[in-house]
Design a protein around this ligand. Structure first.
Ligand code: NDP
Length: 394
């Protein structure tokens, strides 16, 4: 029994609150805080258990400390934006609270994933006797735990890892992103980067593509090489990894719109003058695109996110695939959100549950693959993200 403070009343925050409500034996008191109070009110009115709500600007450490001292949570789940990670970690250190997030810190003026900023908190969390769990979403998050599970139960050594993220859903809109458009477009337009033979190899954004045949009737789809933050921690924590790549599917329609928006400068993140004031084109674009939250009732189809792994077991070469399939409409029926928010919010709840139950313990800053995957994998099956594994060779 304990108290959880959730920061960020967006698509993911809504799912986290719904899922915490489903586990009252662990999360007995829930508080949701965000910049816009009306968004917290809307979620409070939707969920099946009583929750507290609060307004907070998570860029302001003093405001966060005040809120944490009033609510006194055992764990804080940060599902605001990556820009707020460091201020929220500072507030957790000041108040002695364990920390969970789903995306690594990014400075506003530079589209660059990098754990260095958050790993730099290692000594402070260790000395305070607190746990910071980084990247407890699906990717990063479940994909890290899938890798740890494969290493524990199926491989002596992992040599090649391909994380493949397919959204085979359709929302029927000409152009919309499934989660925060600013964060999504910064991610997709950044150069691709993968790990090969002990070094990072950088290529132009969306310049490498292959076909991949997805299971359970989803079928062949074009996948594009990208950079994704879990590669950085997995390369560090999985010994012997020679190659690690991340792939994502995009429809031709999405890419056509993105190319035009890029060509006309709408995805820029540097300020431009407009009618006497500075605006950031990408932030303006976010204001005119559909709110990802509004896509929930419109989205049909499924996601399939998984890891394709090659390595060695008992001296023999082995190839293995582990994946989850999630249905957009089933998610909407359960928690009024589409599958992208669902597949992120469920692991965020489970990560916090691991800390609350003392199944994952330790003082310091941790990535997901550093803990025992077994209790987390069991909870994925229990709370809505069942997984399937296939031995392809060996
Ligand atoms: P949304 O934009 O829907 O929600 C973000 C929420 O955070 C909004 O309610 C916003 O408030 C609030 N917020 C923003 N700035 C502040 C601030 N300074 N103080 C307080 N609240 C603030 O995003 P999503 O729910 O789609 O995504 C949430 C997080 O999940 C992001 O970090 C995203 O990168 C991550 N994510 C991770 C994935 C994974 O698999 N690991 C996949 C998808 C997302 P307001 O409404 O007022 O703007």
């Amino acid at each position: 029994m304990g108290r959880v403070l959730i920061i960020g009343a967006g698509g993911v925050g809504s799912v986290v609150v719904h899922k915490c409500c489903q586990v009252p034996e662990v999360f007995s008191e829930i508080c949701l805080a965000s910049r816009t109070l009306s968004k917290c009110e809307a979620i409070r009115d939707q969920v099946p258990c009583p929750i507290e709500i609060a307004q907070v600007d998570a860029d302001d450490v003093e405001q966060l400390v005040g809120l944490i001292e009033r609510f006194r949570p055992d764990v804080l789940i940060n599902v605001a934006l990556p820009y707020q990670d460091l201020t929220i970690m500072d507030a957790c250190l000041r108040t002695g609270v364990n920390y969970v997030d789903t995306a690594n810190y990014e400075p506003r003026d530079e589209a660059r994933f990098c754990y260095a900023w958050q790993w730099a908190y290692q000594d402070r969390f260790r000395e305070a006797g607190l746990t910071a769990l980084l990247g407890s979403g699906f990717d990063p998050g479940v994909t890290n735990v899938f890798t740890a599970h494969a290493l524990k139960h199926h491989f002596d050594e992992i040599h090649e890892l391909d994380i493949i993220d397919c959204n085979a859903g359709d929302h029927g809109q000409p152009f919309a992103t499934n989660f925060n458009p600013e964060i999504n477009i910064r991610e997709v337009t950044a150069p691709a980067r993968h790990w090969e033979n002990g070094q990072w190899v950088e290529t132009a954004a969306l310049s490498t593509a292959e076909m991949y045949d997805f299971p359970e009737g989803i079928g062949p789809r074009k996948i594009y090489l990208m950079y994704h933050e879990e590669l950085e921690s997995l390369v560090k924590n999985v010994p012997g990894l020679n190659k690690a790549r991340f792939w994502m599917t995009f429809s031709d329609n999405y890419l056509k719109h993105l190319e035009v928006l890029q060509n006309v400068g709408m995805t820029r993140i540097d300020p431009v003058m407009y009618e006497g004031r500075e605006i950031i084109p990408l932030q303006f674009l976010k204001a005119v695109l559909p709110d990802p939250g509004s896509l929930g009732p419109l989205t049909k189809g499924r996601t399939c996110i998984g890891n394709l792994i090659k390595g060695v077991k008992d001296g023999r070469e082995k190839e293995y695939y582990i994946y989850n399939i999630c249905d957009h409409e089933a998610c909407y029926r359960e928690v009024k959100s589409q599958a992208i928010s669902y597949t992120t919010g469920v692991p965020a709840m489970i990560g916090a549950k691991m800390l609350m139950e003392g199944k994952w313990t330790g003082a310091g800053v941790f990535n997901m693959e550093e803990f025992d995957p077994d209790p987390f994998m069991q909870d994925l099956n229990r709370y809505g993200l069942p997984w399937t594994e296939v031995i392809l060779k060996g």
